[in-house]
Design a protein around this ligand. Sequence first.
Ligand SMILES: Nc1ncnc2c1ncn2[C@@H]1O[C@H](COP(=O)(O)OP(=O)(O)OP(=O)(O)O)[C@@H](O)[C@H]1O
Ligand SMILES: [Mg+2]
Length: 316
Amino acid sequence: MTLEKRQVVSVDQVVKDFRPGFGLRRIRVLHGVTFQVHEGEIFGFVGPNGAGKTTTLKILMGLIRATEGKASILGRDVAESEFRHQIGFLPENPYFYPYLTAREILHFYARLCAVPSKHRSDRVDELLEVVNLSHAADARLQTYSKGMLQRVGVAQALIHDPEIVFLDEPMSGLDPIGRKEIRDVILSLRSLGKTVFMNTHILSDVEMICDRVAIIVKGAIRHQGRIEEFLPDGTLSTEVVLAQLPAETATQLEEDHGAEMRGLGDRIELTVPEKNVRDVLRAALDAGAQVVSVTPHRNSLEDVFLTAVRDEEGEA
Ligand SMILES: Nc1ncnc2c1ncn2[C@@H]1O[C@H](COP(=O)(O)OP(=O)(O)OP(=O)(O)O)[C@@H](O)[C@H]1O
Ligand SMILES: [Mg+2]
């Protein structure tokens, strides 16, 4: 028996039209978007710039209304407000008053979110620990790096211990260390049983931490599923780069071993089906060629993403 996971976010055929200015024609930026987020997972909402990620998130946060369709969180329509204490939100470009310290700003949000005064200090300390900012808690935010500010933003989203956290581009503009720190915070949320919804276009981060993803391109969902479905096990093909390959051997490799060939100056790049790699290498070496590189190629989320974007452009 498989246990059905509880759906905590549901977006059903959501359409959004904007009117860019008075008297101008409406433009449709979401074309019937449908996806679900399950309890306890890290969900990646992935798409290129302008795809409609932030617009979808704003609809979920109740900041703008859908033109058509339904969106609900924890079974409640997003227009309602009772469930809001169970969700946290990090906007795309959060702004914090630079003369305050991290501790002060988190105290402010704790008050705003009605964290009882006797628990506030403990909660702020705990969160500073979670986002790894205890050492800088009493420094003004103007002295913070972008990565540190982003972690203040994440801490702000968690101040009232919400069930579901919505993060709009939490890793954007961060260096690899900053991204790892945010990834670690997100993973620690999952281990606490929280659900994380994250907008992003950084695919390597998605591959590393997300349980499920939806790919949105030009306002339409192109793929949705568990991350493993996008990352099939095993190698699909191998790229072999050779130098000094005699022309007749090259032709033979194409004909006998299904290798696809591309000239790279005095080198030749072959895309070889996995099962034929040994034979191709042996034949090339026997013919006196030099092996420059051998790179196994796996299907990745990036391939799926690029194909989805190209298909959409092809149709446009
Ligand atoms: N208030 C608005 N009025 C008119 N058009 C808008 C408005 N808000 C967003 N758009 C348009 O909707 C489309 C989707 O924008 P959105 O901000 O949702 O994209 P995104 O996927 O978050 O992109 P990014 O990765 O750049 O953050 C864009 O073409 C944008 O220009
Ligand atoms: Mg956005």
